[in-house]
Write a protein that binds this ligand. Sequence first.
Ligand code: ES4
Ligand code: ZN
Length: 326
Amino acid sequence: GGCAPHAPALPTAELHLHIEGTLEPELAFALARRNGVALPYASEDELRAAYSFTDLQSFLNLYYALMDVLRTEEDFAELAHAYLARARAQGVRHAEIFFDPQAHVARGVPIGTVIDGLARALDQAPEAYGITTRLIMCFLRDESAESALATFEAARPWLGRITAVGLDSAEVGNPPSKFREVFERARAAGLKCVAHAGEEGPPGYVWEALDILGVDRIDHGVRCLEDEALVARLVADQVPLTVCPLSNVRLRVYEDLADHPLPAMLAAGLRVCVNSDDPAYFGGYVGDNYTAVRDALGLDPTALRTLARNSFLAAFLDEETRAGYL
Ligand code: ES4
Ligand code: ZN
């Protein structure tokens, strides 16, 4: 007897995906060889064995170290192509992709190399993979506000390729209010705004992202559940929360997927969707996240369809394109 064929993946948008977090060990070693970069791991298996994290910072240390293999426009194009091929197989029809320019500029890679390389792959995505895309430029919140402003100014010639700005990296001690000015500048330039908030940081950071940065979506946001008034606000305004279940377990926000509050968030009427965050590091792409929450949390087909529908409702799409996806 053969295996039953896999059910086709649920069509979804992916709205919380760090392109640097899609760097698989195989590609990391191939790029290291090509670029003459020495990696502090003898093999792909030895590297994979290091993917055991105790918190966000322990992951970020490896994430920033491994991206040192990304040097040329071609490297960034290959990284994006590899993601898009995997994403399509997991049901992705639309992807809004984060990148961290400061992490590359700090290593001597010009911002234009990063954006042009990614854009080259994303330009081919509708035809090659059946995926529409957007780019979201993130600021590293553990760097200074001045560095974020300088990065925004350096990106000005490429703003036509960028849909939104975001805020990521080490959350605790780096509140959204630190980045008020650069978010004001981005909004004035016509960009949408998102921010990681309430992953490891307190509900107060989610309030700041909403009221000081004026974000259109919250990335993660799971700690909102500690603040009843905050939940009421997020429900009233239907602010999207891009939740990343496998990420939350790997970074020990929750001990076990069975403890994840996604069902409670749905029940509260929050506009939650499911995303993969850094899939090469966290054990799965977006379809794997859907399968995992279905199995661990007992989400029924109606709940899964709501999550997928929420992803398209939360996407930065024109209404005609959105209607085509709904
Ligand atoms: C990240 Cl999971 C997560 N949180 C914050 N910043 C990040 N950068 C890449 N992955
Ligand atoms: Zn993230």
